[in-house]
Design a binder for this molecule. Structure first.
Ligand SMILES: [Zn+2]
Length: 295
């Protein structure tokens, strides 16, 4: 199925970034259509969620077999987060003596822990009760176990808002970015980290699917799954931030942290072989780190 053959498609779910109701069907993975918006080009799962269905998806997130996964997240966070936070500080206009940071989707508190050590005064938001409990125990920070919309935080009360591997999970990134913008003081900094839809492994997975007349779908199932509702590129993410009241301060394309991918030995070997290529092709790296300042 190449671009010329794709038929116009009316998604059940309006685009999560721009609200447009027209798109093109890219492929169907595990019974769920994956669609690209015809207007802003965001790729998203065409599945309609509400608060109860999202809560159900994350009720026990972080328990049982997720434990190893979250250890992987911590390893990645430990390597990355100090320099990400240092760059947040660099972009903060006229920082006060104690900078207030809100980590949305704080998981088990790995980012909060590093932010505390870096001198931030921190709060977290996490809808998974087991993870929110772990975050409180690890950090002693206030952690709100609710959606951002229900947290009742004062407008303009934070210097920095962070969303580390979170925006792709949101039912409406557009709405939550507007909320994050309202919580920041003027000149406050937003930091986002999310998978890159233009990453080379995704291009290869889609090519395998097309070239085998949909027979090889396993790589797509590894890369597109129920919890990740949106798949951003550098362009679609930048556009959403600009439309949400932010100026882009910096974008860094980063290679995958392989410890977080659940791959077979063969897939790990293939990804390892691709690393030299990825180093010379920043736009096809697996992750986008973006800093933006409230306008
Ligand atoms: Zn759109």
């Amino acid at each position: 199925m190449d671009d010329a053959q794709r038929q116009p498609y009316a998604p059940r779910q309006a685009c999560r970034a721009c609200g447009n109701s027209r798109g093109e069907l890219l492929f169907i993975v595990s019974g769920c259509p994956v669609v690209r918006c015809s207007q802003c080009r965001l790729v998203f799962l065409d599945i309609v969620h509400d608060a109860p269905s999202i809560e159900e998806m994350y009720r026990q997130y972080g328990c049982t077999d997720e434990t190893v996964y979250f250890e992987g997240i911590n390893a990645g966070v430990e390597r990355n987060i100090d320099r990400f936070l240092a760059r947040c500080r660099q972009y903060l206009a006229a920082p006060g003596p104690k900078q207030r940071l809100l980590d949305i989707g704080c998981g088990n508190g790995a980012l909060l822990k590093r932010a505390l050590q870096a001198g931030f005064e921190c709060q977290g938001i996490e809808i998974s009760t087991p993870l929110a409990d772990q975050a409180r125990q690890q950090t002693g920070c206030p952690v709100h176990t609710c959606f951002l919309a229900d947290a009742n935080l004062p407008k303009g009360s934070f210097d920095a808002v962070t969303m580390y591997d979170v925006i792709e999970h949101l039912q409406s990134p557009r709405t939550d970015l507007a909320r994050a913008c309202a919580l920041l003081r003027p000149g406050g900094v937003l930091f986002l980290f999310t998978p890159n839809e233009n990453a080379l492994p995704r291009k290869i997975a889609k090519a395998c699917y097309r070239l085998t007349a949909h027979a090889v779908s396993r790589p797509l199932k590894v890369l597109y799954y129920a919890q990740h509702l949106s798949y951003f590129t550098r362009a679609s993410l930048s556009r959403l931030l600009l439309d949400s009241g932010f100026d882009i301060m910096g974008i860094h394309m980063q290679s995958y942290d392989r410890s977080r991918l659940r791959l077979s030995l063969l897939q790990q070997a293939a990804l390892y072989m691709l690393q030299p290529v990825l180093l010379f092709c920043p736009p096809v790296r697996g992750k986008i780190a973006l800093w933006a300042r409230k306008r």
